[in-house]
Design a protein around this ligand. Sequence first.
Ligand SMILES: Nc1ncnc2c1ncn2[C@@H]1O[C@H](COP(=O)(O)OP(=O)(O)O)[C@@H](O)[C@H]1O
Ligand SMILES: [Mg+2]
Length: 252
Amino acid sequence: MSSTDAAPAVSVEGLFHFVGPKSHRVPVLEDVHFQLAAGEFLCIMGPSGSGTSTLLHLIAGLDRPEAGTVSLGGEELGTRTGPERTLARRDGIGYVFQFFNLLPNLTVMENVGLPLAIRGESGPAQRARCQALLDRFGVGDRTGAFPHELSGGEMQRVSIARALAGDQPLLICDEPTGNLSQQAGQEIMKVLREVCDQDGRSVLLVTHNPRDATFADRVVFLVDGHLADSLELSGPDIPIESVHQALEDLGI
Ligand SMILES: Nc1ncnc2c1ncn2[C@@H]1O[C@H](COP(=O)(O)OP(=O)(O)O)[C@@H](O)[C@H]1O
Ligand SMILES: [Mg+2]
């Protein structure tokens, strides 16, 4: 099956979500719709508080939308039970966070192997797989270290290795460079681009950094709970000036 025939990695239709107490429900997402093609690298930009993390949570099935649908690889999440959604997330999505979310009392190798251990898979083959990922991302010599012994860039490389260890087809990254220096952040973006190009994984990135956005195939903008669908930038090699211009046009 060619990539053009494959079901979209993510398809979001008519998504609405509200937060706050019942008496003061505030809309965060209003009629959001987009598709992430299999093997595509899509970047979502929006001002702080615009609902980007909420959107990623809904896509990962960590929360349920008030209305609308989320499909992963052509399978709609909303029709599934809670345990089925958990399995769909475990097997379908690797998640990378701004603050890494590594477990402090586990070594690098234990952290990366955790998703496999949770599946009941922990043996020499799994260990070799984790080591290969760590080697590939330039932290193969840190397997016995604990997270607090690593730099921010190293922690994020480890967390990307963890997110890929279970061979999930979709990588969701919520501001993965937000806590890194410019240089470490650029290195992380190169890793994400490579994961998309070489492994054919689909990548969904949220960032505030225009330079990060230039690594994506496509950039869309989330403003006041709406995807500003008139503003969409497509690569390859999205110029940083066009990202700045789009943000300025949107008043972000
Ligand atoms: N559980 C919650 N209860 C109340 N407000 C929330 C909750 N989650 C998010 N919000 C609010 O919804 C808005 C969007 O949050 P979020 O998705 O985290 O934004 P972003 O990640 O784009 O900065 C923010 O105004 C935030 O304060
Ligand atoms: Mg956020």
